[in-house]
Design a protein around this ligand. Structure first.
Ligand code: EPS
Length: 390
């Protein structure tokens, strides 16, 4: 079984992740992880914090001479902002400077953030004790973990890509390109959008939002390619791959809805036009002319590209804050504002890729699992040749 945990506060010393269950013999290079960490950081619409952080992973355990050992893998990403926060955030009370701690205290909960519910639940007088872990800074660790899963999948020939299809009111209509081209164009775009005309409008909409002290949400699409049929299972609710993918994507801060294939857009479509007819040819095997199901039927991959969408709400830290109530005095106030991002949709797409890769690698390990990568690969290849002959 593959599993992982992360630890770390947004302004603490850094983010730690431990991965367990990866077989021995997977080639892991920190440079490949750093490429994905950079992608998460650099999109248009991020705030000043991203000028401070230069996320780079350190592999502290579980890898020797570039290969996984089958032991737990420990990853660490330093927070470069820590030097500015040590006297507020230190685990050592002797290092805390009370005036600085007071100045950073948060008592005006932001609507839409974890501040209020978390403060009540964990009985905190300083809501910073909630904010610090609720912050999407933690998603840097998920990208590092997901990249390990991505490398594992790529060794089996699978790809996970993404692109942004909507930011604020600007949506991409339909894209006349294959998924590889879409991915290439998206990687080059400042807003991860493969349609350059829409991307230009998205950039302008983000600029206008920044001027107004607003924030913007949007939609990203994840596509997973070259998966065999039969990952996941119809036999239990918690083995259905669509349920597991949706949970992993919903766990990304600000993600508020998931579509599989046509998703919500399928509501007005009659069944005869919705479902993807099945054909067979000796060369292609079973195939479809459409993919409204998004590559998932009965909770299993069906061999078609797996297509998911996630809607991201506009982030709740607003420069022109909404009404709130002081957590301690109960007086009406304006919600707190901390330096923040205007739009995180392109970054969320990178996190989405990471989480999708994680769920898929877990499903691969469940079906083909072994202690070494070669064992997994042999079982995988044997299954692929069975599928080819089926
Ligand atoms: C975040 C607030 C901002 C973001 C941060 C998430 O941080 P700060 O308050 O330090 O400027 O930049 O995102 C990241 C640090 C990151 O790496 O994505 C929040 O409150 O969620």
């Amino acid at each position: 079984m593959l599993r992982f945990l992360t630890a770390g506060e947004s302004h603490g010393p850094g983010l730690t992740a431990i991965i367990e269950g990866l077989p021995a013999g997977v080639p892991l290079d920190q440079r490949a992880i750093n490429v994905q960490l950079k992608r998460r950081q650099r999109s248009f619409g991020r705030g000043a914090r991203m000028k401070i952080e230069q996320d780079e992973v350190e592999i502290l355990a579980g890898v020797r001479k570039g290969l996984s050992l089958g032991s737990p893998i420990a990853l660490f990403i330093k927070n470069l902002d820590w030097v500015n926060w040590q006297d507020v955030m230190s685990a050592n009370p002797a290092e805390i400077v009370p005036e600085k701690e007071e100045a950073r205290k948060l008592t005006r909960p932001r609507p839409g953030h974890a501040d209020l519910a978390g403060g009540l639940k964990y009985r905190q007088a300083d809501l910073r004790n909630v904010l610090e872990r609720a912050s999407a800074r933690e998603t840097a660790a998920r990208v590092a973990v997901g990249t390990v899963a991505r490398i594992f999948l790529e060794k089996l020939g699978c790809r996970v890509i993404s692109h942004v299809v909507q930011i604020g009111s600007v949506a991409v209509n339909s894209l006349d390109a294959d998924y590889f081209k879409i991915s290439e164009l998206a990687v080059e775009s400042p807003v991860a959008c493969a349609d350059s005309e829409a991307a230009g409008k998205m950039v302008r909409e983000i600029e206008q939002a920044r001027e107004k002290g607003e924030t913007l949400g949007g939609i990203f699409e994840i596509i997973c390619l070259s998966l065999p049929p039969g990952l996941g299972s119809h036999v239990h609710w918690d083995r259905r791959l669509d349920a597991r993918l949706a949970a992993a994507l919903m766990g990304i801060p600000s993600v508020k809805g998931i579509e599989v294939g046509l998703g919500f857009r399928g509501a007005p479509v009659p069944g005869s036009a919705y479902h993807d007819p099945i054909y067979y040819s000796p060369r292609a095997g079973f195939y479809r002319s459409t993919n409204h199901a998004g590559g998932l039927e009965g909770g299993m991959t069906n061999g078609a590209p797996l297509v998911l969408r996630a809607v991201v709400k506009p982030i709740p830290t607003l420069r022109t804050p909404l009404p709130s109530v002081d957590f301690l005095t109960k007086e009406p106030v304006q919600a707190a504002f901390e330096r923040s991002d205007v739009c995180v949709v392109p970054s969320a797409a990178v996190v989405g890729e990471a989480m999708a890769a994680w769920v898929l690698a877990s499903a691969v390990m469940e079906k083909f699992g072994g202690d070494t990568f070669d064992e997994v690969r042999r079982r995988w290849e044997e299954y692929l040749s069975y599928i080819e002959q089926a």
